[in-house]
Design a protein around this ligand. Structure first.
Ligand code: DGL
Length: 276
């Protein structure tokens, strides 16, 4: 048995590190390659076609590095690119490879967190406009009402290291208020963008205490762990050296400085060039 394959983790930038952190905590034995497409992020306002093209290029690059399984640790890419990649590209070009997103595993469990059956979703414009969350959640929890709020300025605040500064307060309060104005029944809010957990300290100051705040890291890590149990044909091939390698299409120095904030540990990334 050739067990030498790393698991690929992809995000438009740093956000996926919040998911990677939980995955690496739950499954520390495996090898991982993380790719952040920082040079072309944020993805949140890009068209469907652009997010699909960028995501496919990054996933293909991770396949070339030997990953047979890639996690899209990005809601925007999961909403706009995953379906095409799974239905068009994998069967044609990579029949033995697998790509998993973060929306479905979240939708499978989120209804269990709300007693009022009213859930708030905060995400990028791309994720919200795709309608993926209401569709997926209602598939598993037909009686749950899903209220969505796009937060287009949160990712730029985070990517620029301004998320804990005074300037962030205005937009944190504004988007929370706009979501809560949609319904006074919301008792659970999902941070449906992998960047947003960095804003949790600020978000909590504007959120009524009775509203539960959820981020996806642990949900996705649990779901990956289950997936690997159900798919021994993939799990048996995974390398188990606990190695982590980080790549960015942007500046490695900038990535390393930010990544330590997201991950809570120092890293040394390598720069790669993406096509367009
Ligand atoms: N972190 C990503 C997400 O979960 C995308 C952020 C962006 O590039 O706009 O949606």
């Amino acid at each position: 048995m050739n067990n030498s394959l790393p698991i690929g983790i992809f995000d438009s930038g740093f956000g996926g590190l919040t998911v990677f952190r939980s995955i690496a905590q739950k499954l520390p034995q495996y090898d991982y390659i993380y790719l952040g497409d920082n040079d072309r992020s944020p993805y949140g306002d890009h068209s469907f076609e652009t997010v699909y093209q960028f995501t496919l290029e990054c996933v293909s690059w991770l396949f070339e590095q030997g990953c047979q399984l890639v996690i899209l640790a990005c809601n925007t890419a999961s909403a706009k690119a995953l379906r095409n990649i799974q239905q068009l590209d994998l069967p044609k070009k990579y029949p033995n490879h697998r790509v998993l997103g973060v929306i479905r595993p979240t939708a499978e469990v989120i209804g269990n967190f709300s007693s009022s059956a009213n859930i708030g979703i905060m995400g990028t414009r791309g994720t919200v406009n795709s309608g993926s969350y209401p569709i997926e959640i209602n598939h598993f929890f037909p009686s749950v009402n899903v209220h969505q709020q796009s937060c287009p300025l949160w990712v730029p605040l985070i990517e620029n290291g301004e998320h804990l500064g005074k300037g962030a307060d205005f937009f944190v309060e504004k988007y929370i208020q706009e979501l809560l104005d949609q319904s006074d029944q919301i008792d659970c809010i999902l941070l449906a963008c992998t960047h947003y957990p960095l804003l949790i300290p600020k978000i909590k100051t504007y959120l009524p205490e009775n509203i539960q705040l959820l981020s996806q890291g642990e949900i996705v890590a649990d779901s990956l762990s289950d997936y690997l149990v159900r798919h021994p044909e993939i799990e048996n091939k995974l390398a188990r050296n606990g190695q982590r390698t980080f790549y960015t299409s942007g500046s490695a120095a900038v990535f390393d400085a930010h990544a330590s904030v997201f991950l809570g540990e120092k890293i040394a990334s390598k720069k790669i060039k993406m096509d367009s």
